[in-house]
Design a protein around this ligand. Structure first.
Ligand code: FE2
Ligand code: FE2
Length: 244
């Protein structure tokens, strides 16, 4: 059935599932709740704990019960064993679209742009590419991720647009974390393309001890959907649903 033009979509989002091999059944209730509560599910990285094939297979088994479309990005934990291609191939078996600088369009109305992101700090304390080669390489990773997001957003022509990433694009949603680790949890370089192209919302994870809501400089709402954080706020519901 075609969706009414202008009608709202229920977008569910969560990150940091950190699925381990032996956790069969851990996400059964979550999947059932998401099926009932949302039109589309967005997964914001750290889907597995160590990026292992056995872990993603356990997760895929759980997600096989999903009855709504799903797009995902990987997180730093998913990259731990260098098996990101295998992880995405396994997720694709149950219809999960893995994004890394590309996009997914849901029912021709909602465009989802996705990147992993990276760290580097915020505002005038953002790490600059100066000095050591290693510092430049670190900064380059966040610049590359930002450029990938810009490319993905540039291709989106849908009326509704959301962005998913693993790292935090604004300082506000890392509030509550140890101040010394905050520059490693994300960077405002990731928010710049969103403010340039516009979006209805950004969803991210990675900051398990951060804050639920923030906004970019231009006012795009930012949701920290790290599952451990959501769980502390409401043990019964481990995802957010935003109407867009
Ligand atoms: Fe995590
Ligand atoms: Fe992470």
């Amino acid at each position: 059935m075609a969706r009414e033009p202008g009608s709202k979509l229920r977008v569910a989002a969560v990150g940091d599932l950190h699925c381990r091999e032996d956790q069969h059944g851990r996400f059964r209730l979550f999947v059932r709740q998401v099926n009932a509560a949302a039109d589309v599910l967005l997964l914001c990285g750290d889907l597995t704990d160590r990026g292992l094939a056995e872990e993603v297979r356990t997760l895929v088994e759980e997600l096989s019960e999903l009855r709504i479309p799903c797009a995902a990005v990987l997180g730093n934990h998913d990259l731990e064993n260098g098996q990101e291609k295998l992880l995405c191939a396994e997720l694709a078996r149950v219809g999960v679209h893995c994004l890394s600088g590309d996009h997914y369009v849901f029912e021709k109305v909602l465009g989802v742009a996705g990147i992993k992101g990276f760290g580097g700090g915020y505002g005038n304390a953002t790490l600059q590419a100066f000095g050591e080669t290693q510092t430049k390489a670190f900064v380059q990773e966040s610049v590359s991720e930002s450029l990938k997001l810009e490319a993905a957003l540039g291709q989106l022509e849908t009326t509704k647009k959301v962005v998913i990433m693993h790292y935090a694009p604004v300082r506000a949603t890392t509030e509550g974390e140890n101040p010394e680790v905050r520059p490693f949890l994300g960077t405002s370089r990731l928010a710049s393309p969103v403010d340039r192209y516009g979006a209805d919302a950004i969803f991210h994870g990675h900051s398990h001890h951060g804050t639920l809501r923030g906004a970019t400089d231009k006012g795009v709402p930012v949701y920290n959907v790290a599952m451990p954080l959501l769980k502390r706020h409401d043990p019964e519901r481990r995802f957010v649903v935003v109407e867009i």
